[in-house]
Design a protein around this ligand. Structure first.
Ligand code: NAG
Length: 338
């Protein structure tokens, strides 16, 4: 016979186990907070269809698991996505960016119709590029940072010729790949997850051809502070190529945010954005600054050990709840416990 006491203990143990599991699950999955602090407004939205190419400035945008997607209500026109095109080498299938060819920042991409984009660049004729249907086109694996390989679909010989002429002044060498954004990278399966500064990456963090996560956010006041520290040189926030620009909070407040809410969209701050030579390229001229600014000044007051001593500016976000955001939306955050 089972006594009441035994039942009681068994029941208590079960309840404790369930509660324990719940607490563990909540901690592990970092549940979205209930209370928020208003810190400012969304000032600018920029989408970069081509990795290292020119931005498109938007007043509203859809935020998806793989990053920004143009909020086009017109279904007949191709909807552009952030970093869904990438330049790669014909021979080794290795990605190329403005770090290799600074004038890449001047390449403009726009949607022409349901399955064509237009490429434009100074001195070049406008090129119509057919965006390949998902299959059965030639699949490529484009090698990006740290040997990581990301799927792509090659965009054909005309785009290859156009890019090679513009960037190499040759008739071959570079090609264009397109990602259909049907899946995103799992950053927990990359080397980054092993590095202290990227240990907060989760399976939600990856984009497509983004360097790291699918969204990069910056704070206007941080860039203004940097400008104050530089002698005889000024930059705009566009040197840093953020997707979302916030106005209102004090400089570097963004470093301490844990969760961010804009409209119905919820993001989690998973890493600082460590900066490279790319920030020295003027996005309007495609020329690098002669004295490594703003990187030189940033290195002086924001030193860092991870990775390779690059100074940080801006934050990498992962998307936890998708939806639409608009310029002018209020920004709500929770701050990390200090
Ligand atoms: C990881 O997240 C925790 C909790 O928000 C935070 O305290 C820590 O600073 C983060 N680490 C990095 C390297 O971003």
């Amino acid at each position: 016979m089972v006594s009441n006491t035994t039942l009681c203990i068994a029941g208590g143990a079960t309840a404790a186990a369930i509660l324990g599991t719940l607490i563990y699950w909540r901690k592990k999955h970092e549940i979205i907070p209930w209370t928020w602090i208003e810190v400012g407004t969304l000032k600018e939205i920029d989408l970069y269809p081509l990795k290292s190419g020119r931005r498109i400035e938007l007043t509203k945008v859809d935020v998806t698991e793989v990053g920004l997607r143009q909020a086009s209500e017109d279904q007949k026109i191709l909807v552009l996505r952030d970093r869904f095109l990438i330049v790669y080498t014909e021979k080794e299938n290795e990605f190329r960016t403005a770090r290799n060819y600074a004038k890449m920042v001047l390449i403009e991409v726009s949607a022409h119709d349901a399955d064509h984009v237009l490429l434009d660049a100074p001195t070049m004729r406008t090129l119509y590029v057919k965006i390949p249907p998902q299959k059965p086109h030639k699949d490529v694996h484009v090698t990006v940072h740290r040997g990581e390989q990301i799927n792509g679909i090659d965009c054909g010989n005309e785009a290859a010729l156009w890019l090679s002429r513009y960037l190499l002044e040759k008739d071959f060498g570079l090609r264009l790949a397109y990602n259909d954004c049907s899946e995103h990278r799992d950053m927990t399966k990359t080397e980054y997850k092993l590095m202290e500064c990227f240990k907060n990456f989760t399976r939600y963090s990856g984009g497509v051809y983004h360097d790291l996560t699918s969204i990069m956010l910056m704070n206007k006041a941080s860039v203004q502070d940097l400008n104050k520290r530089m002698n005889n040189y000024q930059i705009t926030v566009k040197n840093f190529r953020p997707n979302l620009l916030v106005e209102g909070p004090p400089p570097y407040d963004e470093d301490n945010w844990e969760w961010i809410k804009i409209g119905n969209v919820i993001f989690r701050n998973v890493a600082k954005c460590y900066r490279c030579f790319m920030t020295t390229i003027d996005p309007e001229t495609g020329l690098s600054s002669s004295d490594r600014e703003p990187l030189k000044s940033l290195e002086q007051y924001r030193p860092n050990d991870c990775p390779s001593k690059s100074p940080a500016m801006g934050v990498h976000l992962e998307v936890r709840k998708t939806g639409r955001v608009n310029v002018g939306d209020k920004i709500y955050v929770t701050r990390r416990k200090q």
